[in-house]
Write a protein that binds this ligand. Structure first.
Ligand code: NAP
Length: 247
């Protein structure tokens, strides 16, 4: 059975990806930060359908917790075929002139450094040059990496720009180690993250400017993630799938 670790899969895009991965036959490690109840709900839904899943608490902005997370995956499944670097945070909308150091540090720790370290730990387990069986990494970036998100959250957009660069560079670095690295770039997906940005109704405000005239569903992003994770995309690495309603 193939195994998939999805960071931040207690809610939103991560949770939808966990459910779809289980339907596709993966054993799933459901990582969460604070919301144990939501993570347990995802796991219980998978178990109820005869799938395999475990919930693992870890803050991916902290290296020691990432090491503990990967050890827990080793203990639960014995191997790792796919990492989905999905966990990410957003802070209240503001112009750059108002951003303080602590905010920037929180954003870059949770959205960039954590993803680098998760990639490192995954490669140690997957690399054919290190005795592994290969694997796939899917990074969850954002349309914001292309727009820069002015007046809202340039810092968040810049973390996603870093994730895009990580995807391109790493895809080439590990291509001959049996590992493919790709990314999805969603936007306007109905999840809790917009409330964290201070505007829960953001999608409604801007939906007329989206060519498809609506927000997206977490399940629609999950479909793209699962394709990139699986052998169906075997000749693609270093690519991006935009799930943005045409923006
Ligand atoms: P969400 O609904 O707010 O869910 C965030 C998930 O990440 C939760 O499971 C949360 O765990 C977890 N998480 C947050 N900080 C964490 C940390 N430090 N360590 C481990 N887990 C952590 O977010 P979402 O909208 O699904 O977003 C998922 C990803 O998609 C993010 O990378 C986001 O930037 C990206 N994205 C989203 C959109 C959109 O429109 N929604 C657009 C572009 C990109 P708890 O439940 O324990 O808090």
């Amino acid at each position: 059975m193939k195994t998939m670790l999805i960071t931040g899969s207690s809610r939103g895009i991560g949770a939808a990806t966990a459910l779809l991965a289980a339907e596709n036959g993966y054993a799933v490690a459901v990582n969460y930060h604070r919301n144990k109840r939501a993570a347990d709900e995802v796991v219980n839904k998978i178990l109820a359908k005869g799938g395999q899943a475990v919930a693992i608490q870890a803050d991916v902005s902290k290296e020691d917790e990432i090491l503990r997370l990967f050890s827990a995956v080793d203990d639960s499944f014995g191997n790792l075929h796919c990492l989905v670097n999905n966990a990410g945070i957003l802070e209240h909308q503001m112009k750059l002139i108002a951003m303080d150091y602590n905010r920037l540090q929180r954003l870059f720790n949770a959205n960039v450094i954590g993803q680098f370290l998760c990639c490192r730990e995954a490669i140690k387990r997957m690399s054919t040059k290190l005795g592994g069986k290969g694997g796939t990494i899917v990074n969850v970036s954002s349309l914001a990496s292309r727009t820069g998100a002015p007046f809202e959250y340039i810092d968040y957009a810049a973390t996603k720009g870093a994730l895009d660069t990580l995807t391109v560079g790493l895809s080439k670095e590990v291509a001959d180690e049996g590992i493919r690295v790709n990314a999805v770039r969603p936007a306007f997906i109905h999840t809790d993250i917009h409330a964290d940005g201070g505007e829960p109704d953001r999608i409604n405000r801007i939906k007329d400017s989206i060519p498809l005239k609506r927000g997206g569903l977490a399940e629609e992003v999950a479909e793209a993630i699962l394709w990139l994770a699986a052998d169906k995309s075997s000749y693609s690495t270093g690519i991006f799938i935009d799930v943005t309603g045409g923006k």
